[in-house]
Design a protein around this ligand. Structure first.
Ligand code: RAM
Length: 922
């Protein structure tokens, strides 16, 4: 800054003001983050982070030619006296995932950093704003506190499925602070879920922390800045603690951690006073607790019971009388369980919904939020003393208006509130969540006339930001996009779940594999997946097998093909969309182990692994959920695919010998696959000829070149036999678009996508879906609810089609990992759409592609972020003259033509910036 002023002053003196208007520096980089997209984190997990930033869109920067990162122990030292790390000027285009290269960082350490860059003309930018991160407690050794809680197991209360019920606990501790507080950090976690208060104030708005990890291996810890919540003198900390996923009821319930254990909290409050002295308040034997508080019961599947008569005013304040409270039990830290800072964001209330309709019945009222959602209601309802407000939930009503809860199966999913006095109550459940669109209330003051304001839907999911949008000229396609996004919001509740409402809500690996790629477009879920993949690594068995769900609640040591393959598919897909090689590095051993497991379950490279197969394929010949495609064919196809992705990963990591080894394995398995399942011509020779058999063979490139054509023809025939409808379940559906697209059958793919009749995406929309359903026909206006008990109306798997909406209909895809090279290749199709557009936040900044098609003109508008290159494909280029930014191609010297003359698709290499391409239609 100083330099600029001096220079400006000199210019003014010597040359006159007019000559000095050109800026002497490029604008500063923006959007600084560490590791998987953390913005100034507190309680950060990563002592060896990576740094990423974006180049400014203003100032016509094309590329970075060098960067310079400085890290210091205080902001004043920056940029000139970086005492922790000074990268010096590095000549490189890398502006993402740049590894920290300074001294080892320690628990609690807070550091400040800045970055600047040089553009393609070696012109330096201004320094960025100063960013920072503060590490949490990285090691068990950092903890002086002990686990504390009441022994609720001894009450031997049994709930649904005879599961041990732990009554929610209220725990507290007073402490004195002799002086003014300069800084206070609260490090806390639970075996269970908690809500913490200081002196009667809520410490955070986190929902059900610490979240769900394989608790026998790792429990995540939270860090809160509580400097402003602690005063000189007497203080108190209070913790509400409930079972959550640790000690609550879960499907199968065979966890590797001891889930009969009474919930416990671990808490370490570290205070620094203005005089420089420090003190700690620890969870220990001095804490006290009761289970007689207002939350009398709380279970994830079954709901909550709140008795306002049992409220304890100011119970977490310093002057509350707790003489009759019990002394807590204390347990030491477990040496085998790592305590690590939470490595992604907690669940929070992200959106609120207000009812669209209110239907008043004799004793109850049903509030329709207009959208199937996940979270809790906030109710503000008039009540009479002693009455119980009953809150029930439903995803959908029957055609006769009946309140449909059958698909919750054994999940009681009901909330009770007992009023302590006459008048309005204001209540939000705390340690449970529901999947619902409708809320039914009964037990309120019968004299009051129900109004919409009584209920607000609090939409809760992991606290990530939106990352992209897709929109088009077609209402149902837009509704499909909305359903995909709501499926994401509903099932990213700390872990990726199959469904959010019934007695399941588990981290099903197959569903994650299928939907993961689409999720990355719509939301900033890089850290969410990186975190869950750590849980997957921790859950992998010794023989390389991967549990059906992570965390594992089944404990049956039987893996499923197509499900366990999440370990190769998700890291690779996320790497392609982020360019983060650390993600590959972290998961590489797991991938290898999983491929080994495929080998163990194969004979002569033909898989015999158990599989849920093409789950919920429509019209199964055998009536089974697993569809008709051969189990061994599916297993062998995924064996080859995982070997291939492991080879690609090895190559990126520079492990060339291993890359060759896994590539050879992929080829061997592919040859065995071809040999075992396909005849000389390339027609399936064993088992029922399904669409999915051909999709797997083609998508995973498992047939020799000469057989591909025939396999493609057979696939087309199978689709034709199905009256141009899909016949695919969980595994086949995500492959349809890629395979048909590669074949040039995009008209057919459009047709499948726009089909209105069963089975299709729009079919569920026609039946009233506001989310993606588990089954293509979970409900129909004609036949009502699918009679199968397994029937979730919020199940993201078929939302996998979202990837094709972004990548092909609108046309933005990474050509090189992390969108360093971007492919803009839209698929206009006048029979279906007049326009479509998508925007994606790439690691380099916003990229967008939007097209419109009129009778006269095709127009494509793109935004390409700095430090990337786009390769733009203009379809039907031979039809009319291409204009770029309203000029001829020749007048745009920075745009390079890559395609040959006369080719139908014009391929252009396009630099960063906003561009409009148009072509007249004659
Ligand atoms: C169901 C789950 C999930 C699926 C498994 C096989 O219980 O809901 O979607 O992956 O079965």
């Amino acid at each position: 800054m100083k330099n600029t002023i001096n220079l400006t002053a000199i210019c003014l003196l010597l040359m006159g003001a007019w000559a000095c208007t050109a800026p002497t520096k490029q604008s500063a980089p923006t959007s600084l983050v560490v590791s998987e997209g953390f913005n100034n984190p507190l309680g950060f997990y990563d002592a060896t982070p990576t740094f990423s930033w974006q180049l400014p869109v203003s100032g016509n920067v094309q590329h970075q030619s060098a960067h310079h990162i400085v890290v210091a122990s205080s902001p004043e030292k920056l940029p000139d006296n970086a005492d922790i790390w000074d990268s010096k000027k590095q000549s490189t285009q890398a502006s993402t995932w740049v590894p920290y290269g300074g001294k080892a960082l320690q628990s609690r350490q807070k550091v400040y950093w800045q970055v600047r860059f040089w553009d393609e003309n070696d012109k330096a930018s201004a320094w960025s704003d100063t960013n920072h991160f503060e590490l949490g407690l990285l090691d068990n050794e950092d903890w002086k506190a002990q686990w504390v809680g009441l022994d609720t197991a001894k009450d031997s209360i049994r709930g649904r499925s005879n599961v041990l019920i732990h009554k929610p606990q209220y725990l507290r501790k007073t402490f004195s602070v002799a002086g003014q507080v300069a800084q206070a950090r609260l490090y806390i976690t639970a075996k269970g879920v908690f809500d913490v208060h200081l002196n009667g104030n809520d410490v955070s708005d986190d929902v059900m922390p610490p979240g769900w990890t394989p608790y026998n291996k790792r429990i995540e810890t939270l860090t809160y800045d509580v400097t402003d919540l602690i005063a000189s003198g007497k203080n108190a900390i209070g913790v509400e603690l409930a079972s959550g996923w640790h000690s609550g009821r879960l499907l199968w319930g065979k966890t590797e951690w001891d889930n009969s254990l009474s919930p416990k909290v671990l808490c370490q409050l570290e205070i620094r006073l203005r005089d420089g002295s420090t003190m700690m308040v620890l969870s220990d034997e001095s804490w006290k607790g009761v289970t007689k508080g207002p939350i009398a019961f709380s279970e994830i599947y079954d709901g909550e019971v709140y008795d306002a008569n049992k409220e304890m005013p100011n119970w977490s304040g310093p002057f509350f009388e707790d003489a009759d409270w019990d002394t807590v039990e204390v347990a030491p830290l477990d040496s085998h369980i790592a305590l690590e800072p939470k490595r992604h964001t907690t669940v929070k209330t992200k959106l609120t919904l207000t009812p669209k309709e209110v239907a008043i019945n004799e004793n109850s009222t049903v509030f329709d939020l207009g959208q199937n959602m996940v979270g809790v209601p906030r109710v503000k309802v008039p009540m009479k003393k002693g009455d119980t407000l009953v809150m029930r939930f439903a995803e959908m009503l029957g055609a006769d208006g009946s309140f449909h809860t059958k698909n919750y199966r054994s999940a009681h999913s009901t909330n009770y509130y007992v009023a302590a006095e006459d008048g309005p109550v204001d209540y939000t459940p705390k340690f449970t969540f529901y999947g619902f669109r409708y809320v039914q209330l009964s037990g309120y003051d019968q004299e009051a006339a129900p109004i919409k304001d009584w209920v607000t839907g609090l939409v809760q999911y992991s606290d990530f930001e939106d990352n992209g949008t897709f929109t088009s000229s077609h209402d149902k396609l837009n509704q499909l996009q909305s359903n995909i996004v709501w499926g994401l919001r509903g099932n990213f509740f700390d872990i990726p779940t199959d469904c959010p409402q019934r007695d399941e809500r588990l981290g099903w690996t197959g569903d994650a594999q299928v939907f993961g790629p689409t999720s990355v477009f719509n939301a900033h879920v890089h850290k969410f997946w990186a975190s869950w993949l750590q849980s997957v690594r921790e859950s992998q068995w010794e023989d390389g097998g991967i549990p059906w769900t992570v965390p594992d609640t089944r404990g049956n040591y039987t893996a499923s093909s197509g499900w366990g393959d999440v370990v190769t598919i998700i890291p690779w897909k996320i790497y392609m969309r982020t360019g983060d090689t650390n993600l590959l590095e972290a998961n590489y051993e797991m991938m290898k182990e999983w491929v080994r497991h495929h080998g163990i379950k194969s004979k002569d490279h033909i898989s015999h692994m158990m599989s849920f197969s093409d789950w919920l394929q429509p019209y199964p010949e055998n009536g089974d959920n697993r569809g008709d495609t051969s189990l061994n064919l599916i297993g062998t196809a995924f064996y080859a695919r995982s070997a291939q992705l492991t080879a690609k990963t090895a190559k990126v990591l520079g492990k060339l010998e291993e890359a060759a080894k896994y590539n050879a394995l992929y080829k061997t398995v592919a040859a065995a696959f071809d040999n075992a399942f396909f005849d000389e011509a390339g027609t399936l020779k064993e088992g029922p000829e399904t669409q999915t058999s051909y999709l797997l063979a083609l998508a995973f490139d498992l047939l020799p070149q000469e057989k591909r054509k025939n396999a493609q023809m057979r696939l087309l025939q199978k689709i034709k036999d199905a009256d141009n409808h899909l016949r695919t379940g969980f595994l086949g559906t995500p492959l349809l678009s890629k395979v048909l697209d590669d074949m040039g059958e995009t008209d057919l793919m459009y047709q499948l996508l726009f089909n209105e009749t069963y089975p299709s995406w729009f079919y569920s929309i026609n039946q009233g879906a506001t989310t993606i359903w588990e089954r293509w026909n979970s409900y129909s206006k004609e036949a009502g609810f699918n009679p199968k008990s397994m029937n979730s109306l919020n199940h993201y798997a078929y939302g996998a089609i979202g990837e094709w909406l972004y990548e092909r209909i609108a046309g933005i895809a990474p050509l090189e990992a992390g969108y360093k090279r971007i492919k803009i290749a839209p698929l206009p199709n006048a029979s279906y759409l007049n326009s479509a557009s998508a925007r994606v936040e790439t690691p380099y900044g916003k990229a967008s592609s939007g097209w419109t098609l009129t009778e006269k003109e095709f127009t494509l508008e793109t935004e390409i972020p700095p430090n990337t290159i786009a390769v733009v494909h203009m379809p039907n280029a031979t039809v009319g003259e291409i204009r770029v930014n309203d000029q001829t191609l020749k007048d745009n010297p920075k745009i390079k033509q890559l395609s040959g003359p006369g080719e139908d698709t014009l391929v252009l290499e396009v630099p960063p910036g906003s561009h409009t391409f148009s072509r007249a239609i004659r």
